[in-house]
Design a protein around this ligand. Structure first.
Ligand code: SAM
Length: 396
């Protein structure tokens, strides 16, 4: 977001299918229902709260409309800047197809494709400049939300020779192909734990409810849990009251994607930091933000289901998860330098010469806009592809 996992909710109480029919006039608001369920359950960890308020299939923030991104929505992304982002990514994908020796069939799998705009930009570009690559391409989208699947199908009709929109990437695992799995601003949207350092130890914040009001309560960390293991690596040298976020779902997320690829690359563009900067002692309130009508705020319990809730990506943790699955990190770069590298041939060919395309390119790459806060990270699923971007910054 210029400035979440649709899995079944992990608790029994906060399951989307348990939510009453929203067309029934007696149906409570999401806030009323969530606070009632949370009160009955005695509190839930923060990722479970996010599962429902962002991804409930009927009233969750991402399910109930598709107007979150853009001028009329709550936040901008690189996609909102214009087609340039997709055009440049298209170049990266076709280079991968060329490097792989132009396999007869290849796949681009997009996660978090939203309304399909980025997919349309990428497909239009590939069709225009490399029809041979376009002919051989299967464009796949893993999209759990039915409303978004419908808009993606409509928008992309006729733009791809082979289009596969599936509910979950595991549906593609019976036919892994060479190519790419990628997502823009998907990682920051994955649910995360909230933790607080107090009296020389870490505690996890749970969302609790009483008398219709939601509040946070710090509780002991479950021993020997993935969260406990991550906190052990952070250590205990933190100021009293320090709050931050931890994701324990990267490995499962990446694993689902890597099963769809042979000899491929994963690419993510998102905002975040390598671990030393993320967990800097001065960042005492973490990176959690809510977005509504382009206003950032910090209270995730206010108006559940009405605002986006996000946290920056810990790229070191992501890389550790990838390496534990046998993936190899090949690129970690500021978005500005990553896209500039991809744009060089277009600039030389005069393809980025008109006022509109220059303005889009500048917004995507200038450090004061999206160029420095956003990063691109690539993982090789197999093989020995050398890093293709010179500007590489340390992850630890
Ligand atoms: C911040 S939006 C980014 C949308 C778009 N990629 C863009 O850049 O404009 C995050 C998107 O990720 C989707 N999402 C979150 N978790 C997902 C998952 N596990 N699988 C597929 N989509 C997911 C959300 O529904 C939402 O559409």
């Amino acid at each position: 977001m210029a400035d979440a996992d649709q899995k079944p909710p992990s608790s029994d109480c906060l399951r989307a299918e348990n939510y009453p029919n929203p067309t029934d006039s007696a149906t409570p608001s999401l806030h009323e229902w969530v606070s009632g369920e949370i009160a009955a359950r005695g509190g839930v960890p923060f990722p479970e709260y996010l599962d429902i308020v962002l991804y409930d299939k009927q009233r969750g923030y991402y399910a109930k409309s598709q107007d979150q991104v853009g001028r009329e929505g709550d936040f901008y992304t690189s996609v909102s800047v214009g087609p340039m982002f997709g055009r440049l990514l298209a170049r990266r994908f076709v280079k991968g197809w060329d490097d792989a020796g132009n396999p007869h069939t290849w796949r681009i799998l997009e996660i978090g494709a939203h309304d399909g705009k980025l997919a349309a930009d990428i497909l239009s570009e590939i069709r225009a400049f490399r029809p041979d690559a376009w002919q051989a391409l299967e464009y796949a989208i893993a999209e759990p939300l039915p409303r978004l699947r419908d808009s993606q199908e409509k928008r992309l009709a006729g733009l791809a020779t082979k289009l596969r929109i599936v509910t979950d990437s595991t549906e593609l695992a019976d036919n892994p192909l060479p190519g790419f799995a990628f997502g823009n601003e998907i990682l920051d949207a994955l649910p995360f734990h909230l933790v607080e350092f107090s009296e020389a130890s870490w505690r996890e914040l749970h969302v609790c409810a009483a008398a219709g009001k939601l509040f946070m309560e710090p509780r002991s960390i479950v021993p020997a849990s993935p969260l406990a293991a991550r906190l052990d690596t952070l250590g205990r040298d933190f100021p009293e009251g320090y709050r931050t976020e931890i994701r324990t779902n990267f490995e499962g997320f990446l694993d689902g994607l890597s099963a769809c690829l042979v000899d491929g690359t994963m690419l993510f563009t998102d905002y975040g930091y390598a671990a030393p900067e993320y967990y800097d002692r001065s960042r005492t309130t973490g990176t959690l933000r809510t977005f509504s009508s382009h206003k950032a705020a910090e209270d995730p319990l206010e108006s559940p289901g009405e605002k986006d809730i996000t946290a920056h990506v810990d790229f070191t943790d992501l890389t550790n998860a990838a390496e534990s699955l046998g993936l190899r990190p090949t690129v970690f770069s500021h978005q500005g330098s990553y896209l500039t590298h991809l744009a060089t041939p277009l600039i030389l060919e005069g393809e980025i010469g008109d006022v509109k395309s220059i303005a889009q390119f500048q917004s995507l790459t200038h450090p004061a806009h999206l160029g420095a806060g956003f990063h691109a990270i690539e993982f090789s699923v197999q093989g020995d592809t050398p890093p293709h971007v010179a500007h590489r910054i340390a992850l630890d």
